[in-house]
Design a binder for this molecule. Sequence first.
Ligand code: HEM
Length: 146
Amino acid sequence: MKWLILFHVLGASVWMGGHLILAATFLPKALQEKNPVVIKTFEVQFERIGIPALLVQVITGVWMALIYVPFHEWMSLASVHHRLLWMKLGLLLGTLVLAIHARFFIIPKLSSQNLSGLAFHILLVTVLALSFVLVGLSFRFNFFAF
Ligand code: HEM
């Protein structure tokens, strides 16, 4: 388990850290200059480490989740761990839907006109990433009153 957590925390550092840097530094600059190239340059570089990091999160996350909740019990919300697991799966679905929508409907025709649409995506994916961290830590240190 300790190795799974190590790789999960490393993956989380890349995913969370990358999106925080994008949202807090590159996005304000791009919006100020109305220049989508600022974000495109970051995205092209970040994807090379961001996508493998997300894959690590899914593999190590599902593996750890199976240790907390056996697969045949997944269709239940009986315990805190069941509920945290479904929150993680919901966050993953949200992240994938936003990523696919941005990749195929916003980025191909990115311009200063639709930059605000991408800005909304970036902020939402960053909030989902923060939620992943909070829900993840709650498996051991329950932050939620349920
Ligand atoms: C980008 C996506 C994700 C991020 C940023 C993330 C982040 C985190 C963080 C920071 C922790 C706390 C590690 C610790 O306790 O020291 C954690 C724990 C955990 N995560 Fe994730 N996670 C992600 C995706 C997933 C997915 C997709 C699943 C499974 C469906 C998952 C399942 C878990 C589990 C079971 C734990 C508890 C491990 C433990 O502390 O015992 N995670 N996550």
